[in-house]
Design a protein. Sequence first.
Lengths: 423, 141
Amino acid sequence: MTLEGEAFSRAERDDMAIKLPIYMDYHATTPVDPRVVEAMLPYFTEKFGNAASRNHPFGWEAEEAVEKARKQVADLIGASAKEIVFTSGATESDNLAIKGVAEMYREKGNHIITCVTEHKAVIDTCKRLEKDGYRVTYLAVQKDGRISLEELRAAITDKTILITIMAANNEIGVIQPITEIGAIAKEKGILFHTDAVQIVGKVPFNVNELGVHMASLSAHKMYGPKGVGALYVRRRNPRVLLAPIIDGGGHERGMRSGTLNVPSIVGFGKAAELCKQEMAKESERLRGLRDYLNDKLHKQLDELYINGSMDHRLPHNLNISFAYVEGESLLMGINDVAVSSGSACTSASLEPSYVLKALGAGDDLAHSSIRFGLGRWTTREEVDYVADKLTSVVSRLRDMSPLYELAKEGVDLSTMQWQTEGH
Amino acid sequence: MAYSNKVIDHYENPRNVGSLPKDDVNVGTGLVGAPECGDVMKLQVKVNPATGVIDDAKFKTFGCGSAIASSSLATEWLKGKTVDEALAIKNTDIVNELSLPPVKIHCSVLAEDAIKAAIADYKKKQAAEAKTADTVAQPTA
């Protein structure tokens, strides 16, 4: 294994035959980098101390490891170590940021602005606050998946205490205009939180350059372990105060009580360090592979629709609707490839992806969508395999699709009367 | 989601995919579901006018694996049945045969609807044909 650049050298990768199933769902989670595992291991056994034990070397050793990790995570986003609060993951970070601000700044106002394509960890937290008397504005997104800054400005009232807009979307990879939102928040004196889970470690993300006051991070999306995350909480210009949602021993400067998960935090730190070192090269490589996948699919198939902006998008994300083919049947045909679909049938709710619906593309295209997430171990050979397999399955399913047949006969599907009742 | 072997078999080797001539008076076409709901089935039957038996059945389905399997199975069952026997096929028969889980029961309902729609279309065409035959026949009678 090479330490600089990539986990495997090109020669090593070329030697490897394609191993099935292929994992191309890196937005869902990532494998832990072996270098991260190595860093974590001693902290399960010989270095098992409680980081809050101040009276003996076991505690000091654990605390030192945690503080090193805190610095590593802070360095990745241009923060200072004291601004990092470790949590159990980004869902907790989102809850802490939003509920913490809501409670702390209740005297100042009760209005929060977010967006319809946010992760459920943000949307459901906001919905909970609505039940407690807060008012929430859910901004729509434009066809490209980004919010309108004019609509954001128009939504702000003198009661607005928080803007929470994700940095990059988990389904379509679309990057929101964070710098501009940060500037508006600063101008209006409103706190700005961003769920930065998908972007951090993938492309440069600097809290000072972006004017972010709080940012949620997750280790398992960046080749670290599951069950650990962080909330960046700005300490000056302005100093953000949060009411804790978990009470207890006053860990993490009172913002998040609970014994620190030392091995996972060490792993998170190492993962952040590796991302910082390798991000530039890795994202270029993945952008090349992603574009290659996209080009290849477009050469081999017609009637493909890219969901969301291609210009403002994570380099390792692609989200395509394969018109006239239903997503779950598509996944069934490529069952040796792990990807996700926005199809209703992939979830128990029978509702297609709310993110894709928000783009206004139509439910039928939401049902036909596939999300590709490329990552550290994705190879060109895998991309070739996935593109070719998809081409054959899509072609087969289109031959079986009454919609494709109608479209080829020149029927405009949008003007047809469909029997929607009861289904 | 885990699929039963029968669903996988119908998905991988669908029976009777294709189309019959829509304008044929002996062909009934049912088109049910909606793209925004994630499933659309087109099911066609060709009835032998002399015997009233379904000689041929074809389908095309936009939908999940269970929807494809339900319609594929339906065409298999339809062949050789009389129109009345075909109308007796219930969605629960499909659920049992394919071991569909509760979230996929709507696929079997859609297949039953498709059968009924195809046969209704066939009957409508036959009635129209009989009427045309009457009006055409009258002057000479």
